[in-house]
Design a protein around this ligand. Structure first.
Ligand code: ADP
Length: 584
């Protein structure tokens, strides 16, 4: 408690005030007493001179003793004092209060000695006779320049002492009051001085950035006000800086949040310090805060740990490509030391390249498929031309047969090239669709008509089931006809004699759903998800039956109409192909 600045100011001040006031009190009361006594001495001297003058002591011849007791008593009554008249040799010649016979020679009395030496003198002594202090004042009387005797006055000091005591009491009380007031004042001053300091301390302890301390008008311009101002300025500066840091952090956090690449920051011993949502998703981390958890626990993947380890050991950036086993995600990963900004920390960056890998795989498949598909008809043509060269030309009917077969192979090559071209044009968006309001019948009927004969030839029954009241759809009629033709074409191709195909359409929510249903051989469930891929054929050995591009084209065209295409099938019982197109 006494350590506070308030007490540090207050205590010395209070002590100083008490000390100064006590000293002042003592000095003052002594001084007053002195003045009183001096006054009294002067008065007694004057009175003694008066008595001497009145008694004409000067005229009493030296050596002649006369009784002056009565005169002394008279004057004593008038002046209310004890009066002693002493001869020049010290014998008492007149006494107002005591029995003169018992009185000894008075020449040795200090006041008499002083009077003898200087003309007057006084002395204060305790009187055993009366029981209190008395003041004795004596003057010397002269005759013709010769000492003729002394007049001595004596008054008790108790009256004066009483007066002095009262005065001292007044002084003491006023000093006490002043001391109290001074202490109160220093309490107030010390409180007011320490008040802003306490506020400063509270604000600093609280560390509420931006909190300021009010400056008292009284301290305007003094050190405390300056300190307070400086503190307030510092507080505001800290607030601004914290604000900047906060917004910087928020920006960084939102960048990390929105990034599609996974980011991890790992400390030197391999504990994760930061992870962004993309990385959480990649590694399937759903267990809350990640700080301090080992990398291997977070990623559950040895390859990322290996990458981290290599980077930590070599001090150089490392990169690697790998597949996350359980998630089937292909990652391009990089590890970099964060250097001076965070010594020992390593930044791990993961980019999901699954799509790119998928595209690469598709391209590879595509090239091998195309070469494979081209090789078969080309090999056929080559064999036929060799047979012709080897002598079949000499046999005109056989030569014609071979030429027909060459023509067939060239046709299928043409078809494939045309379909490939078409597909690549659709995929690259180079086929502008003319999407307009179209009736469903305008799409279904022409497609049905185009394949009706072919179905009849294959002895397959083909029907349309389409209500009249269907709303118009948004479509490029020619392109949608092509989709239906492709589906019908497949249905005819994969349905045996005596089978049945139904082409229908119906309204489902905001879409018209088209359906091609056959009673053909069906599609195995394992193949169903893949039949819309380019070159995907279920029975690869029956290569001549198609290119594997028809459904891929159909899917692209339906996608371009913002619709959806899918298939359902049961092996041996038939297949159903459906696709939706939004209504106008
Ligand atoms: P393709 O030109 O070979 O018919 P598609 O892309 O049109 O190529 O079809 C891909 C594969 O899907 C075909 O090879 C075939 O095995 C299967 N398929 C398509 N439609 C049917 C269907 N209606 N019934 C049975 N299988 C079908």
């Amino acid at each position: 408690m006494f350590r506070s600045i308030r007490w540090k100011i207050l205590l010395p001040f209070a002590l100083l005030i008490i000390l100064a006031m006590s000293l002042l009190g003592i000095l003052l009361s002594n001084y007053v007493r002195q003045i009183y006594l001096e006054d009294l001495e002067d008065k007694q001297t004057a009175e003694a001179l008066l008595i001497a003058e009145a008694l004409k002591l000067a005229e009493v011849p030296t050596g002649i003793m006369i009784d002056l007791d009565d005169a002394a008593s008279e004057w004593a009554k008038v002046l209310d004092a004890r009066i002693t008249i002493i001869a020049a040799d010290g014998r008492v010649t007149g006494e107002s209060h005591e029995d003169r016979a018992k009185m000894t020679n008075h020449l040795d009395r200090p006041e008499v000695q002083l009077a003898k030496a200087k003309g007057s003198g006084s002395s204060i002594r305790f009187s055993h006779t009366v029981g209190y202090h008395m003041m004795y004042t004596a003057i010397a009387t002269y005759q013709d320049g010769q000492l003729s005797g002394f007049v001595r006055m004596a008054v008790p000091l108790n009256k004066i002492e009483n007066k002095i005591y009262t005065l001292q009491m007044v002084i003491t009380i006023s000093i006490l009051i002043f001391t109290l007031l001074a202490i109160l004042l220093s309490i107030v001053i010390s409180f007011r001085i320490s008040q802003p300091l306490r506020e400063l301390t509270r604000a600093v302890k609280g560390i509420f950035p931006g909190e300021t301390v009010s400056t008292d008008m009284q301290y305007k311009g003094d050190e405390i006000a300056q300190l307070t101002h400086s503190f307030n300025a510092m507080s505001r500066q800290i607030e601004t800086q914290i604000g900047e840091i906060e917004s910087e952090r928020a920006r960084l956090a939102s960048v990390l949040e929105k990034m599609t690449d996974g980011v991890l920051i790992v400390d030197e011993v391999g504990r994760v310090q930061l992870i962004n949502p993309a990385a959480e998703t990649m590694f399937g981390w759903h267990s809350g805060p990640v700080k301090g958890i080992p990398l291997v626990e977070v990623t559950q993947d040895y390859q990322s740990v290996e990458l981290f380890r290599k980077c930590a050991q070599s001090g150089n950036s490392q990169s690697a490509k790998f597949e996350l086993g359980n998630q089937k995600i292909h990652l391009q990963a990089a590890a970099t030391q964060l250097g001076q900004s965070l010594p020992g920390y390593i930044l791990l960056l993961f980019q999901d390249i699954s799509r790119q890998v998928h595209v690469d795989n598709m391209r590879r498949d595509f090239i091998s498929n195309v070469s494979h598909e081209l090789r078969t008809p080309l090999a056929g043509i080559k064999a036929l031309t060799e047979t012709l060269q080897d002598g079949a030309l000499e046999d005109p009917p056989a030569a014609r047969r071979f030429l027909e077969r060459i023509e067939n192979e060239v046709d299928s090559l043409n078809l494939m090239v045309a379909e490939l071209l078409e597909l690549s044009r659709i995929e690259s968006g180079k086929v502008p669709l003319e999407i307009i309001k179209t009736t469903v019948v305008d799409i279904i009927q022409p497609a049905f008509n185009r394949l009706h004969i072919q179905a009849e030839r294959s002895e397959i029954e083909m029907d349309i089931d389409c209500p009249d009241n269907l709303p118009e759809i948004l479509a490029d009629a020619n392109r949608l006809q092509q989709v239906i033709v492709n589906l019908l074409h497949n249905a005819i191709k994969y349905t045996p004699k005596g089978g049945k195909i139904i082409l229908s359409a119906r309204l489902v929510d905001q879409f018209v759903e088209f359906m091609v249903k056959d009673t053909g051989k069906g599609i195995p469930a394992s193949d169903l998800p893949r039949i819309f891929e380019r070159f995907y054929k279920i029975d690869r050995s029956r290569s001549s039956s198609g290119t594997g591009l028809g459904l891929a084209i159909a899917r692209h065209l339906v996608d371009a109409h913002k619709g959806r295409i899918w298939a359902e099938s049961e092996v041996g019982r038939g297949s159903i192909f459906r696709f939706t197109i939004p209504i106008a």
